[in-house]
Ligand binder design. Structure first.
Ligand SMILES: [Fe+2]
Length: 224
């Protein structure tokens, strides 16, 4: 099977003014597309890996032949992370979470504002290109944590389940915000998709570990 670029779940201008249409178009149609293309190219000589999902490829770095390991890892990560990112934002986003997710955020960060400060701070301080995440840690009773990863790494490789994510690579904000990453992070809350985060939190709570390992709440597009 070939990996495919999933369509954006909304139009490129749907998140204006917080995420401008030009950035969205470049980010999805050029950057994400290129990770998918390079992932397919890296897998060309390895038919046994072509049936694996991108999340499996990401989580099983040691099982990838060395010749393709770095390219597969980086590009599967780019593909998975961006697929998660599009869903972590919504034109109906913003506001605050409700229900059990809101309770868990209060339990683990003291308050919703405390969580936002932690997330903005982690994303702002990350050196170079990477991602900032809200994750649920099953090994720690489902505790919520803010984490960052560099390059296109994903908390799934540590067994941590992502609920919400933002991209702090410069390509995600430079056209509109130039070097003002904190301004981008602050504005981003207006489009944060709490419905999707709540769905993923429920998935993390209700699913067996094996079920989470591969699907990971993500139906990544492929073509037979
Ligand atoms: Fe990106």
């Amino acid at each position: 099977m070939k990996h495919m670029l999933p369509p954006l779940p909304y139009g490129p201008a749907a998140l204006e003014p917080h995420i401008d249409a030009r950035t969205m178009t470049l980010h999805h149609d050029m950057h994400h597309a290129s990770y998918v293309e390079k992932l397919n190219a890296a897998l060309e000589k390895f038919p046994e890996l072509q049936e694996r999902t991108p999340t499996w490829l990401l989580r099983n770095r040691g099982k990838i032949p060395e010749a393709a390991r770095t390219a597969v890892h980086n590009n599967a990560g780019g593909h998975v992370n961006h697929s998660m990112l599009w869903r972590a934002m919504s034109p109906q986003g913003g506001g605050e979470p409700s229900g059990v997710l809101a309770d868990a955020i209060r339990r683990d960060f003291g308050s919703f504002d405390g969580f936002k400060v932690r997330f903005n701070d982690a994303g702002g301080k990350l050196f170079g290109s990477g991602w900032v995440w809200l994750v649920s840690v099953r090994q720690d009773g489902g505790k919520l944590q803010v984490e960052t990863t560099t390059g296109h790494d994903n908390p799934l490789t540590q067994g941590h389940f992502p609920l919400l994510v933002n991209d702090v690579w410069e390509h995600a904000y430079y056209l509109k915000h130039q070097n003002r990453r904190p301004e981008y992070l602050e504005g981003w809350w207006a489009v944060a998709n709490w419905e999707e985060a709540a769905r993923r939190f429920e998935l993390a709570r209700a699913s067996a570990e094996e079920e989470l390992q591969d699907e990971a709440g993500l139906a990544v597009a492929t073509m037979a």
